[in-house]
Write a protein that binds this ligand. Structure first.
Ligand SMILES: [Zn+2]
Length: 233
């Protein structure tokens, strides 16, 4: 591995890496992310309300079926003129039971309609109003975020161009190793010095594992702890 060249490449890459981090942590980016989350949460609320409305319609269907069954039962009920006090009491009992059954069905239907009306005129309306506000805030936030992004990209344009140029100059094998470490290690640097038996990336002593591979200047090995590439100066 051409250590000098790959370190030069890493230095350029670090500028881009830092710029990426700066952008991710910028107020402009965070603000846009916050509005995106708000928009998604509100959209979910609308879906929930829609689902609830669907359930209410189902309950109304059920109540209508109950009412139809009630009518059938009513037709089949025989309330002949009472001849005794016991019969009169029994008739009254039957009528009371029918009335309370009808009341319960009516109550169910009324409850569903009231909730449907509330969803339509209050809850969904409120959520839609909020969505309207959030969307317009989000639009502004996205424009500001994009400006910030462009500003950062143009501030690193020299390094970006130099990095691209170096990609064709580096030995393909070296670049491949670099990119492999880059994809598996979260934090830069990826290529670090091996000094006094330690990996300078994670700081852990790795002498017993890698010392045999790192005998002369320019030798490389993989740190068994952090998976960075260590090199001997
Ligand atoms: Zn390490």
């Amino acid at each position: 591995m051409d250590i000098e060249k790959i370190l030069e490449y890493q230095k350029l890459d670090f500028v881009l890496y830092k710029a990426n981090k700066d952008f991710a942590n910028s107020e402009e980016n965070k603000r846009a992310q916050m509005y995106r989350k708000l928009r998604n949460d509100l959209a979910e609320s609308l879906i929930r309300l829609d689902k609830e409305a669907g359930e209410n319609f189902n309950d109304i269907d059920k109540a209508i079926t109950s009412y139809e069954n009630f009518v059938k039962k009513l037709k089949a009920t025989n309330l002949s003129a009472p001849k005794t006090i016991e019969q009169a009491d029994k008739n009254e009992e039957t009528i009371n039971a029918l009335i309370s059954e009808l009341n319960a069905i009516q109550k169910d239907i009324q409850k569903c309609f009231a909730r449907l009306q509330e969803i339509d005129t209050k809850d969904a309306k409120e959520v839609k109003q909020k969505i309207g506000k959030v969307l317009s805030e989000l639009k502004n936030a996205e424009i500001i975020r994009n400006d910030k992004r462009n500003e950062i990209i143009s501030s690193i344009s020299q390094e970006g161009a130099a990095l691209n140029k170096m990609q064709s100059e580096l030995a393909p094998e070296d670049l491949k190793i670099y990119n492999k470490v880059k994809s598996s290690v979260n934090r830069m640097p990826y290529i670090v010095e091996y000094r006094d038996g330690n990996c300078l990336g994670c700081g852990i002593e790795i002498k017993s594992e890698v010392d045999a591979k790192l005998q002369k200047s320019g030798d490389t090995a993989e740190c068994p702890h952090c998976r960075r590439i260590v090199y001997k100066k």
